[in-house]
Structure formats: structure tokens, C-alpha cells
Unconditional design. Sequence first.
Length: 510
Amino acid sequence: MPSAETTPAGVHEPEPVRPAGAEPVRPTREDEVAAAGSELIGGPIGRRALLGTTWWTPLRVIVLVAIGMFALGLVQKAPCYQSAWFFGASSQYTHACYSDIPHLYQGRGFADGLVPYFDRLPGDMDYLEYPVLTGVFMEVAAWLTPGSGGIQHQEQWYWFVNAGMLMACAAVVAVCVTRTHARRPWDGLLVALAPAAALTATINWDLLAVALTAAAMLMWSRGRSLAFGVLLGLATAAKLYPVLLLGPLLVLCWRAGKWREFFRAVGGAAVAWLVVNLPVMLFAYEGWSKFYTFSHDRGVDFGSLWLIWAQNSSNPPSTDFVNNAAVVLVALCSLGIAALALTAPRRPRFAQLAFLIVAVFILTNKVYSPQYVLWLVPLAVLARPKWRDFLIWQACEVAYFLGIWFYLAYTTSGDAHKGLPTLGYDWVIAVHLLGTLYLCAVVVRDILMPERDVVRRSGDDDPSGGVLDGAEDVFVLGAAAHPPRHAAHFDAPQVDWGRHGLPPNGESSL
């Protein structure tokens, strides 16, 4: 069947006029990279294609692709599964297949049946250094791991069990991102195909927090602020970064006057976090606090801007200085994001600010483990669903993924020096930082120039914004507070984008 792009102009029938938001957005018609990539499977979809009439819905296709990519990531770890985790210090780095999961099965007492946070560990780490919900996840996987056979056999099974559980988390992320922007389901394919996500999915347990955060974003997009708060609180009980999303939500609800929904979300997050943490906090405080003390006392580590400074200076910064400087930088950037949200010509989309605040935390942190890219992938897709920009960023992250393992191979190979030297690793860190900054820059540009935002260009306002979608502004600063006045309008700045704000003639303002 010929596509709309290849049908001769003379035989085109006029397109029916539909209101904005009436049909799904087809990325092959608005994204040149997606259109070019679609040639691998037959080319862009045609105008007469019957959508939604087969079993192969976008959601099912995307979930299957996500599972397939996850499986390829497992295959990439095969050299380590067979031997490199257990024999030779540097072989797991030269094969770029390192994972914390098998090493911590014995190293954190799971092999010996020790209870996380309550039982002291015999090694140099006296308690488990992960948040409580992640510790529960690890413990459940240990319960499912067969206790028979040698320790190598058990560690292999422990990684395999965790991989199965993390695959379920990856599927949840794909489902939630696909359904958050209802008119743009194919954007979820960016999450499913993200190469850096496939490579890092089983390095650690971050996908648990990522899945809970993605589910929280979906609930907020549906206007369910309490469910959003509960899921965000659970995500924060698994990893610290999700709590940062409450900052952007504060300024957006301030601009839109949606205080009830904001406080309901904060209350739900606080209660959910306390339900998970309070029992451990009360009965095993020392073990519970290990995550926070370890995070504070940890020195400058892999992947950070601070490491470049430390490795190229005769007077490297102290841990206390870096802790304080990182807090100051995050605070200043947060104020900048708040100012951007309150002065932008259109209220920014929730996903845009959520991406920016998490990216700021990553860029200024004293450590960047390669799996931290998972935090940003779903937020990046919702904030800037443009294939070119997403792939540029992913290429930088894949370069960093390879760079850190080759650097560790270099440092652990003795006089052989097989791998990437320190100077090369510094350049790889710079590539990661610049790639993330590039994506931040295009998101900020979309906020300042909303006509460049591909989501709003499709006729939507804020499909991930829930109660913010199409809402009127009640508090705006700067030039946005004094828009040009035409005829008789409301006193407050009005929405003129998306399905709630079409001009009187029913056509998009674009």
C-alpha cells in the first residue's frame, strides 16, 4: 500500500478537518530521523492505514521491543556470567560487562542469610548502603535464589533472578511512558530502543526507582495527584532522586494556582516514604542511616566533573568542599529553573522541568555511575521526544559506558596498561557532561520558544501535566505577565495552546 509521502499529489483526497487532539501523532510525519528509520520496516505509515484494528497496538509493540532490547543487554553480559565476574580482576572491564549484583550477593550478607539494616556485615561496609525499598528488592531476590551449589552458582542465579525482576521494571517504564502522552504513543519507542538503557539495566537496581517514578508521572498525567504522591514516595524510598520532582511541581502549581493537588501529592509522598522507612528507622537506625552517611562521606568518584578537577590538580578538592559546592550549585540551578518556570511565555510542561532538575543533580553530583542514565531516559523522552537529539545524547552515554570500563581495565591490568588512560577517561567524562548539557539546552530552548516544542507543535498543551494541562495562569513574572491584550479577554494570562485553549475559530494557534 503506498504511503501518504509517496502517493502522487494529483490523487490525494482532502484530509478531513479534525480538532486538535483528535488523532494520534505519527512520528514518521513530523520527525525526519523517525521517517528515515522506518524504511527498515517498510517506510512511513500511509494515510489510509487502519490504525488500532490489529493486535499489534503501539503499546504492545513497544513493550515487546523493550523486552527484546533488555534481553540483548543480558546477552552483552554473557562473558561475565560465565567467568569474568569470578576469575580475573580486569576481564569484566575489558568485556564491559560488570554488574554490582553478583558481587553484592555475598558482599552484603545475602548469601549468609543476614537481614539488611538489622545485621552488621563482617566486611568494610558495616551495613547495606542502599535505601530501604531497594534493600527489600534485593532481599526478595535472595529469597528466590536457590541455596544449593557453590557460591559461584548462587551468585549466577542471584543475578538471573534480579534480571527477571528488573525486566518487569523495564516493561513498566515502557508502558508508563507510552501511556503518559496519549496522543504520542510511539514516543515510547525511544525508551524501548535506548541503547544506553539496555547496556546499564542490570548493573544495579536503579530500574526499580525509575519504574516507580514513571508510574508516578503517568498518575499525575491522569489527574490522580494522591496516587502520584504515593508512587513518588515509594520511588524515593528506593532511590533519592525522585523527590526532586516535587520542586518543579511546586512552581508549576504555583503558576497555575493548583495548590490543593500539590499538597495532596506531597502528603501522599510523605506518608508512603514513612510507611517504608519508619519501621527500619525505629528498630535499626544505624543500618537505616547507612545510605545517608555513606552518600555524605563518599569521596569524589567516577564520572563526575569533580573527578576531572581532582585528577588534574595538585590540590584536589576535599569531600566537604565538593559536598557543599554541589549543594550550592543545585540550589542555584533550582532557582534558575524556578525563574524559568515563572517567566516563560508559556507555562513549561511538567516533564520538561522534571528532566532539567534531575539532569542538574546528575551534572553536579560527585559521582556518576553509568546506570544513572536510566534516571533520565523516560524523562528525556517526555521532555524532548525528538529522535535526533535523543540519539545524540544516547551516543554520548554509550561512549561513557565503554569509557569507564576501559579505564577500570587500565587501572587493574598492572604494567600491561590495557585500556583507557586517565586523560582519555577525562575526555569521556566531558563527552557525557556535554551530551547531557546539550539535551538540557534544547529543552530550555523549547521552554523559551514553545513553538519549537514538538509536543506543543502537535496541538497539545501539557499532556503529562494532569491538572496543569490547559489550566489558566494565575501567577506569572516578567514579560509573560503582560501579554498583548486583544478585544475583551480575561484579566489573567490565558492558555492559547492545546485542546483547552483553541482560538474561537477552532484552529490551532500554530
